[in-house]
Design a protein around this ligand. Sequence first.
Ligand SMILES: [Zn+2]
Length: 417
Amino acid sequence: MIHLQCIACGKKYNENKIIYYCKQCGDLLEVKYNYETLKEKLKKSNWRSLPLSVWRYTPLMPIHDPSKTITLNEGGTGLHQCKRLGKLLKIKHLYVKNEGENPTGSFKDRGMTVGVTKAIELNMKIVICASTGNTAASLAAYAAKAALQCIVLIPSGKIAYGKLAQAMIYGAKVVQVKGNFDQALKIVLELSEKHKKIYLLNSINPFRIEGQKSLAYEICDQLKGKAPDKVIVPVGNAGNISAIWKGLSDFHQLNLTSNLPQMIGIQAEGAAPIAQAVKEGSNSVIPIGQPETVATAIRIGAPLSWKKAMRAIKESKGTAETVTDQEILEAQRILARHEGLFVEPASASSIAGLKKLAELGRVDADDTTVCVVTGHGLKDPDIIMQTCEKPVEIEAEIEPILEYLGLSKPLAPIAAQ
Ligand SMILES: [Zn+2]
């Protein structure tokens, strides 16, 4: 009832075949289900009584033995209603889905719990990925839990320290490649093709996307069975926007929601091949040789899942937009200071994108709008030290501290109650 299918030529493959792209035309694969079977499975399951998490949706996941699941309690992240930020941006019903609340601090855990469980089902011994950081951190954690060896390739010098530290402490073999992400990805793809016990867990692996689609299921459940009007997502390699759209479409086809949102992808100006193509009305993406942005998690010039992302944007009648590094860092600050949510720069691009689209009048104030923020701010503390005012150093005495704080004048007496 589950099979893999090429998104371009439609060729079908057995779900247990270890394959990352179509052997006939070279395009991406996706997991396909029979929706009637899924409806039956859901009917028999007690999923509605389970807590919000990736595995609440086990009947919709491509896993056969739930007892072998490799889990760190992923998913179940907050959908925060943002009244203060909404007021600032003039959006009445604004929500932020905070994926930094996942076990390793990013949305990648949703895909890895499914991907690594699949690696166990397929009897693989080594898992590998190329990563700008979050994928490496997540894969390393799940590999540790599953007792699998883990190899990660990262672009030299372009990774946030928090993420590198995570991959290192979880025991992954970390290799810095003198090149960019796109080059590192090419190498891991070749390695996993050559060595049959090495399982590739970049988002080219269709099972990763299956875990990530739970993000959309959760949003619909958190909005009490109603899909939002707009979902705004940071776009790097473009797997997540594709996964979220797949999840929203699943719920719609299973009659669990009655509406479908518009998908809006946001890219950093220096790494925006998809947004460029969407703006030009083109059906293909021209890769960028030297992508540059402060938002390292979306610093990708040749997005692997561009075709799936373009399909999501087109099918949902959505759009894509670019934001500058300055707009990203400003959005990071306003989200933290209005809502108490600290996210990494790439995550803040969805907020920056909403701000820009709202100012351009391209988002309706009455729309229920969900911004997805993908990773925790502590993953990249360096950028904060560069952009925020540093704390001053003052003698350990009360007077100079009061003076600095502007509280040295006597306070007005408290009015009688
Ligand atoms: Zn094909």
